[in-house]
Design a protein around this ligand. Structure first.
Ligand SMILES: Cc1cc2nc3c(=O)[nH]c(=O)nc-3n(C[C@H](O)[C@H](O)[C@H](O)COP(=O)(O)OP(=O)(O)OC[C@H]3O[C@@H](n4cnc5c(N)ncnc54)[C@H](O)[C@@H]3O)c2cc1C
Length: 67
C-alpha cells in the first residue's frame, strides 16, 4: 500500500459518499462513465468522469445505496 499510494494517478478521498454512478449508452449497452459523490459533512456534491473505466468496490453491506 505504501508504494501504491505514491502513484501519480491515484487519488484517495475519505469522508465522501458515492451517490450515483453515471452511465451513457454506447450502442445498446450502458457504460459507466463516472460517479457523483457528496462530502459527508458539508453534503457538497461533486462529479468525476472516468478516462477508462469505473471500478465499483462497495462491499456487500448497503450496496444498494450506490444505485
Ligand atoms: C460480521 C462479519 C464478519 C466477517 N468476518 C470475516 C473473517 O473473519 N474473515 C474473512 O476473510 N472475511 C470476513 N468477513 C467478510 C469480509 O468482511 C468481506 O468479504 C470483505 O470485507 C469484503 O471486502 P470489500 O472490499 O469487497 O468490501 P468492504 O470491506 O465492505 O468495503 C467496502 C467499502 O466501501 C464503502 N462504501 C460502500 N458504499 C459506499 C459509497 N456509496 N460511497 C463511499 N464508500 C462506500 C464502505 O463504507 C466500505 O468501507 C466478515 C464479514 C462480516 C459482515
Amino acid at each position: 500500500m505504501v508504494e501504491v499510494i505514491k502513484h501519480p494517478n491515484l487519488h484517495i478521498l475519505t469522508g465522501v459518499h458515492v451517490t450515483k454512478i453515471l452511465f451513457k449508452n454506447r450502442g445498446d449497452d450502458p457504460v459507466a462513465i463516472g460517479i457523483e459523490f457528496a462530502e459527508s459533512l458539508s453534503c457538497e456534491e461533486f462529479m468525476v468522469l472516468a478516462t477508462n473505466e469505473v471500478i465499483l468496490l462497495g462491499g456487500a453491506i448497503n450496496s444498494c445505496q450506490n444505485w
